[in-house]
Design a protein. Structure first.
Length: 116
C-alpha cells in the first residue's frame, strides 16, 4: 500500500501563495488517481482537486478553480498543489489521497492558515 506524506503548509497572508507537496513511498502506477482534500475548522473534509497520474488531466472544486493548480513529478512520485491568491476561507488541513486499482491511502495532513 502506498504511504503519503504532505508538506509545505504554513501561515500566509491573504493574497499570498503556498505550494504543498505529497510524496508517495511506493510507485504510483498509471492506474492511480491522486487528489487533494481539505478540512476547514468545524466542517467536513471537502474535495479540492484531482489529477490522473497517467494523463495528467486535472479537475478542481469551483471554489479553487483559477487559483489552485495540481501537478505531478512521476520520477519523484510526488504530487503538488500550487495555491495562489489565497483567501482566509482556504484555511484548513490539507490532505492528499491516492486512489489505486485495489486500495486507497491518505496522508496525515498539513495545516494551511491564511490570515486576513
Amino acid at each position: 500500500q502506498v504511504q503519503l506524506v504532505e508538506s509545505g503548509g504554513g501561515l500566509v497572508q491573504a493574497g499570498g501563495s503556498l505550494r504543498l507537496s505529497c510524496a508517495a513511498s511506493g510507485r504510483i502506477s498509471s492506474g492511480y488517481i491522486m487528489g487533494w482534500f481539505r478540512r476547514a475548522p468545524g466542517r467536513e473534509r471537502a474535495f479540492v482537486g484531482i489529477i490522473n497520474w497517467s494523463s495528467g488531466s486535472t479537475d478542481y472544486a469551483d471554489s479553487v478553480k483559477g487559483r489552485f493548480t495540481i501537478s505531478r513529478d512521476n520520477a519523484k512520485n510526488t504530487m503538488y498543489l500550487q495555491m495562489n491568491s489565497l483567501k482566509p476561507e482556504d484555511t484548513a488541513i490539507y490532505y492528499c489521497k491516492a486512489d489505486g486499482p485495489y486500495s486507497n491511502s491518505w496522508g496525515q495532513g498539513t495545516q494551511v492558515t491564511v490570515s486576513s
